[in-house]
Design a binder for this molecule. Structure first.
Ligand code: AQP
Length: 332
């Protein structure tokens, strides 16, 4: 059976970008003839500083977010990365396969390290090698992600190909990225050229999955737009990144194509469209946030789900790691 793997960092609260670009699509792939494995990548989160107590809480909240959005731990394997040590072990081998030059080209590293790259952690630099291990330790065939992860998935294929070539084997598969839908790149509400991100200093730039109805409405009301109204056809959104973003969000939340949305709302002003978008967002997100809050009242149950998921993940990962060590020449 084809196998799906994907992950999210517990590096802050979940955003609407994570939900539309990732989790909602993880849910759609569940029970569709794929084996689905979803991870909270805590080892990736610590590539930038995380306060230990906050990290623990974010990991549990992310797990609650997955479940509240529709990931069923009976249908999907749900766990946090650090409990399955095979990720880090294969990550080390891939550190020895991947090249410095590959990492230097990664735009996410350049964005996150900023001007002071000398002071970035070595883990942040090597992030994509560990991500390749996350995927390939399960021989995953499909990886649903947002647009921003495209380059890392190309690197995953490069790592698999180089490993296979160097050792003369056909062991790691060529993984397919699955980047689909109207919201593969949700933009900041304050700046249509920037990705909506958990770590943006401005809370007005994003919708958090835990935001209440008033703050969702407030953020959408304040979202940047241009003075024109909504076009009836998609061409009318060209060069209007903020307008396009709000329409994309609407389409993804309402499970419609952008064309269909514009057919309905073309000609309206943003003063009329924004309240429609807020109502839609609240109706879709508030059941999720209240379920998250309910689940967070029983952290022990969340931890038990993660432990159980890690046990299941390990049964797939351990033989693949053993075989890898054998291929590489480690005495077992
Ligand atoms: N704005 C977005 N639009 C669509 N998809 C998005 N994703 C993240 N932001 C958007 C997708 O969510 C998954 C998990 O991302 P992540 O948390 O592992 O890392 P990230 O991309 O670095 O997320 P953030 O929110 O931007 O976190 P920070 O601020 O910590 O860097 C991925 O599939 C990603 O594509």
């Amino acid at each position: 059976t084809p196998r799906v793997f994907s992950g999210i960092q517990p590096s802050g609260g979940l955003t609407l970008g994570n939900y539309l670009g990732a989790i909602k699509r993880f849910v759609e792939m569940q029970g569709q003839g794929f084996e689905t494995i979803y991870c909270m990548v805590d080892l990736h989160a610590i590539t930038t500083w995380q306060d230990p107590e906050v990290l623990r809480n974010n990991t549990r909240e992310l797990c609650a977010g997955y479940i509240a959005s529709g990931i069923d731990p009976k249908q999907s394997i749900l766990f946090n990365q650090s409990q399955v040590s095979q990720h880090a072990e294969l990550g080390w081998i891939f550190n020895c396969v991947a090249r410095m030059g590959w990492m230097k080209r990664m735009t996410q590293f350049k964005d996150k390290a900023g001007k002071n790259a000398e002071n970035a952690s070595l883990g942040l630099f090597g992030y994509p090698a560990l991500m390749a291990a996350d995927i390939l330790i399960y021989h995953a065939t499909h990886v649903p992600v947002g647009e921003d992860q495209k380059q890392h998935l190309e690197l995953t294929r490069d790592v698999a190909a180089k490993f296979n070539h160097d050792f003369g084997v056909d062991f790691f598969p060529m993984t397919e990225p699955v980047i689909e839908g109207a919201a593969t790149r949700v933009m900041s509400l304050r700046d249509g050229t920037k990705k909506m991100s958990k770590s943006d200093p401005s809370d007005l730039s994003r919708i958090n999955m835990t935001d209440d109805a008033d703050s969702i409405a407030n953020k959408i009301r304040k979202a940047r737009t241009d003075p024109d109204g909504l076009p009836s056809e998609i061409e009318g959104l060209e060069g209007r990144s903020e307008a396009r973003n709000l329409v994309n969000i609407y389409a993804a939340l309402n499970e419609q194509s952008v064309e269909d949305v514009l057919r309905d709302v073309g000609g309206k002003q943003f003063s009329e469209f924004k309240p429609m978008l807020s109502d839609l967002a609240v109706s879709k997100l508030s059941p999720i946030s209240s379920e998250m809050a309910r689940l967070m009242q029983a952290p022990d149950e969340i931890d038990a789900i993660l432990r159980d998921g890690a046990d299941q993940a390990r049964t797939i990962a351990a033989p693949i790691l053993d075989k890898t060590y054998e291929i590489v020449g480690m005495v077992r």
